[in-house]
Write a protein of this length. Structure first.
Length: 131
């Protein structure tokens, strides 16, 4: 495998830009940073990256999105790509959704909005250590 990617998924473009910028500023040019605005697009991006010989290392996904919610999206990803480290970001996920993702998607962490940048970065760095 050559390139390595980190994917952020959120239906609010302001949040997506902020996530990507914070992660890129701290982790630098070792990774490709991709974004998607919903679960369906997220899955398409992963498929395209994999076809392009790019390994998706981490996904940071919002929970409350139109269509497929974050926990269901991460479970779907886990079925196809169990090796990806999964982080869920939420302003209002229910305990059930968080438990669902932990049990069925091997959720690495759940961060609550508004997140702290250092918490986001340390969560991602811990996730990278698992790989």
């Amino acid at each position: 495998m050559g390139k390595k990617a980190i994917l952020c998924v959120d239906d609010e473009s302001i949040i997506l830009d902020s996530l990507k910028e914070q992660i890129q500023n701290k982790l630098g040019n070792d990774f490709i940073y991709e974004t998607a605005e919903n679960a369906e697009e997220g899955l398409e991006v992963i498929e395209e990256l994999v076809e392009d010989n790019t390994e998706v290392l981490i996904i940071v996904s919002d929970w409350l999105m139109p269509g497929i919610k974050g926990d269901e999206f991460l479970i779907e990803v886990h079925k196809k790509f169990p090796g990806i480290v999964k982080v869920m970001l939420t302003g209002q996920a229910s305990e059930d959704a968080i438990t669902n993702a932990k049990e069925n998607a091997d959720l690495h962490a759940c961060l609550f909005k508004p997140w702290k940048e250092d918490e986001l970065i340390s969560t991602i760095k811990e996730g990278l250590k698992k790989l």
